[in-house]
Write a protein that binds this ligand. Structure first.
Ligand SMILES: [Zn+2]
Length: 321
């Protein structure tokens, strides 16, 4: 029930309730979870609020009408929840949704679809969704839920009303490994796994070693890239995560440059310092952009050798001689 979130997420809660009460709901909402674990539950509760006829006729907390009951049983045809199949949300899933939603509403005058973990949209499914969002049909409402808004196409983000949830977990006093676990996933099992896996520290330090080697040797890094990288990072998910770690490292370098506190790499202040001294502000921001752009490409079936060669070449372009 949407009311369950009235305290924990009071701002988003009020925004959603008011948009329905005033009949001014958006065609698309993008809920940014910020590590809050019940983002999907909130999305479903909101969908229920939109679809239950009693939300409009009175203020009773329903849950008892046939719509509400069918939603609970996941049998309500006017609500579709899309989740990733394997690593990505596929284009075919979006096409299927459009096919179903092109038919006339049977029950009410609204249809809602939820895309959970929207950061798992790949380029093909992103484009399908974008077409759907560009031509909003009366009564069709999208709720996108994402752990990481920066992984979505900006053209998708700009078509949505963005709602940012408050994170309950305070990361301040955690170790770098624990913080990274929360940045790399929102799933409790994955977080536990990363924290307890002995290999995680190796991963973190391998990424830092690579960065430091690059910062010292620039394009010469290409010669040692096997030892520095390929022997260690092989799986697609590992490579993606290592790029996220790299990105967060450079963001801390940026924090230090701007005189802000180091957020994630608190256990590696010395390393952040070394890299900060080698870069000016422009260089750091360009490098962050390079890593973000290339990380997107990992979603394609990109060749790992080419990916790393390209990374080094592009980083080199950021250096002001
Ligand atoms: Zn109801």
């Amino acid at each position: 029930m949407l009311d369950d979130f009235s305290l924990e997420q009071n701002i988003v809660y009020k925004t959603l309730i008011n948009s329905v009460k005033n009949n001014k709901y958006s065609h698309a909402y993008l809920i940014e979870t910020n590590g809050y674990s019940k983002g999907l539950d909130l999305g479903i509760a909101f969908a229920k609020y939109l679809l239950c006829p009693n939300s409009y006729s009175n203020n009773k907390k329903c849950g008892n009408c046939s719509q509400c009951k069918n939603i609970d049983k996941n049998e309500f045809i006017e609500l579709k929840i899309i989740d990733s199949e394997g690593q990505w949300i596929k284009k075919s899933q979006l096409e299927e949704l459009q096919e179903i939603f092109s038919k006339k509403s049977v029950v009410g005058n609204k249809k809602v679809y939820i895309i959970n973990k929207a950061e798992k949209l790949n380029p093909a499914s992103s484009n399908s969704l974008l077409k759907f969002l560009e031509e909003p049909e009366e009564g069709i409402i999208a709720i996108l839920i994402t752990e990481n808004i920066y992984q979505l196409l900006s053209t998708i983000v700009s078509r949505c009303q963005v709602l940012s949830l408050k994170n309950k977990i305070k990361l301040d006093n955690l170790s770098t490994k624990e913080k990274l676990a929360h940045y790399l996933s929102n799933n409790n099992e994955d977080i536990e796994f990363f924290i307890n896996n002995e290999d995680s520290i190796n991963k973190i330090e391998k990424v830092i070693e690579f960065i430091k080697y690059y910062e010292e040797n620039h394009s010469n890094t290409l010669v040692y890239i096997n030892k520095l990288w390929h022997e260690f990072f092989k799986e697609k998910q590992d490579i993606y995560d290592s790029f996220t770690i790299m990105l967060l490292f450079y963001k801390d370098v940026l924090n230090l440059k701007l005189g802000k506190i180091i957020q994630v790499f608190t256990d590696y202040v010395n390393d952040v310092n070394i890299v900060e001294e080698k870069n000016n502000l422009d260089e750091i921001t360009s490098k962050i952009n390079v890593i973000m752009d290339l990380r997107e490409k990992i979603k394609f079936n990109v060749n790992n050798n080419l990916l790393m060669d390209k990374l080094i070449i592009e980083l080199e372009r950021c250096e002001k001689k």
